[in-house]
Design a protein around this ligand. Structure first.
Ligand SMILES: Nc1ncnc2c1ncn2[C@@H]1O[C@H](COP(=O)(O)OP(=O)(O)OP(=O)(O)O)[C@@H](O)[C@H]1O
Ligand SMILES: [Mg+2]
Length: 453
């Protein structure tokens, strides 16, 4: 591949000498007669290397160097200085020049300097590529899953990680929302900055505002000194707003403004503080319902969900179960442990309402309690065996017969009652989609108690 080199010099004879010598080496040469023209051509042509004179009328070599570094910090710049002008060369190197050549120049020295610089930039690029690859692997290493559903998740993470986009991760409890948030951070160029998590549901309402945005001394009783707040602590990094669906309605406009303006106003302060923080949020709430109910602002939702990322529940990616079992055994130093065929069947059949977290906890328990390195069905807790096999009969049918519709109505009501009338949980309990449950509720005129006239 031929390297493109941009030569900037106001002296036309010197330009020609440089051009001639480097063309002979097989490089593609672009020339500019002034700093201004040079910067313009740099942007237009994107050369691999820039050679610029120092002293030029108008924009001089230092200014050219600064403009190029600003636009493309990785481009190598070689400066031309008069023989003996060591100080100028040192200043330029400090400002980011890669090397210098003195004029009048020696042909071999010129060729050597250019070849070395280009080799360096190639190595630097290769190094960067390898590092990026490693970072990518590292960020993903802890997320286990080869199912199609997880492949989709990985694709989104990979695409979105190294952008500034706000990501809203949704998924049931224990599906790995925080794990994914960390992977997004680790896969971004902010990876050396902080990753801070704040659980919006766990902090008392009246403390949450100052916890997030900070406060100034005296803002309220008890505010004895300034407090930075999580947003500022996350400067240069990523702030993970967990359970953002629980953010009190009165704080939602302030979060929206923070995201839009990339600045915050500490409580009780009159100044705004600029921020460089990437936000990743998560919720296990049925966010559509919160939106419909008006407990979550639509404008904030759209601002947060620039890229929505849904984590599938474990029961929808059962292919991953054997892999996860193996992974957690290994993590607990029990590589030799395996599961019998019937144990694996039960583990795969189970609906895992607590998702990966539940599976992880179960593995930990099984490893502690096991008598041998093979875990069999008998080692598994009853809940995995389902109600019928554990001896309880679900229905007692009367001799005279019974209406299936009546039975269905009773089962739906019982499931709702058992799950505190939470439709998502009840639907999961009945192993039916939520819309099917709602359809059944409408069909039988089932309404939650508080809505009963
Ligand atoms: N795909 C996965 N591979 C490996 N471990 C996982 C995976 N998903 C989740 N885990 C593990 O399961 C546990 C729960 O994950 P995490 O805390 O990220 O879930 P969550 O979605 O944030 O749950 P919650 O909504 O309850 O906060 C963690 O220990 C995590 O490491
Ligand atoms: Mg979590």
């Amino acid at each position: 591949m031929t390297h493109k080199i941009l030569i900037i010099d106001d002296d036309s004879s010197l330009r020609r000498v440089l051009e001639f010598n480097l063309q002979e080496e097989g490089y593609e040469i672009i020339t500019a007669a002034s700093g201004e023209e040079g910067v313009r051509l740099f942007v237009e042509t994107g050369p691999a290397l820039v050679i610029t004179d120092m002293k030029m009328p108008g924009m001089d070599g230092m200014q050219v160097l600064a403009a190029i570094k600003e636009h493309s910090p990785e481009t190598l710049v070689i400066i031309i200085t008069a023989f003996g002008a060591v100080e100028a060369a040192v200043a330029a190197m400090k400002a980011g020049a890669h090397d210098y050549i003195t004029k009048p120049f020696n042909r071999d020295a010129l060729r050597l300097t250019v070849a070395r610089a280009l080799r360096f930039s190639g190595l630097a690029r290769e190094n960067r590529r390898l590092k990026d690859e490693l970072a990518d692997k590292d960020a993903f290493r802890h997320i286990i899953g080869t199912s199609a559903a997880m492949a989709g998740v990985f694709t989104v993470i990979r695409k979105v990680a190294d952008t500034e986009a706000t990501v809203l991760i949704t998924g049931e409890s224990g599906t790995g929302k925080e794990l994914v948030a960390r992977a997004i951070h680790a896969g971004s160029s902010r990876k050396n900055g902080p990753f801070l998590a704040i659980n919006c549901a766990a902090i008392p309402r009246d403390l949450l505002e100052s916890e997030l945005f900070g406060h100034v001394k005296g803002a309220f009783t008890g505010a004895v000194k300034d407090k930075e707040g999580r947003f500022r602590q996350a400067e240069g990094g990523t702030l993970f707003l967990d359970e953002v669906g629980e953010l009190p309605l009165e704080l939602q406009p302030k979060l929206l403004r923070t995201l839009q303006e990339k600045s915050i106003e500490p409580v009780g302060g009159s100044m705004t503080v600029k921020l460089d923080v990437r936000v990743v949020a998560a919720t296990n709430l049925d966010i559509d319902r919160a939106l419909a109910a008006g407990s979550f602002r639509e404008d904030l939702y759209y601002r947060l969900a620039v890229v929505p990322l849904h984590l599938p529940p474990l029961r929808e990616r059962k292919d991953d179960i054997p892999l996860l079992l193996k992974y957690f055994c290994n993590r607990h130093g029990a590589q030799q442990v395996s599961f019998s065929r019937d144990a694996l069947a039960l583990l795969t059949d189970y609906s895992w309402p607590g998702n990966v977290r539940e599976l992880e906890n179960l593995v930990e328990r099984l490893l502690i309690l096991r008598d041998s390195d093979t875990i069999t069905a008998a080692d598994l807790p009853d809940k995995l065996r389902g109600t019928t096999q554990s001896g309880t009969t679900v229905v007692n049918l009367p001799h005279e017969g019974y209406s299936l519709e009546q039975l269905e109505r009773e089962v739906v009501v019982a499931a709702l009652e058992r799950n505190a009338w939470n439709q998502t949980a009840a639907a999961r309990f009945l192993r039916i989609p939520r819309h099917t449950l709602i359809y059944r509720m409408e069909k039988y005129g089932i309404v939650p108690p508080e809505k009963n006239p």
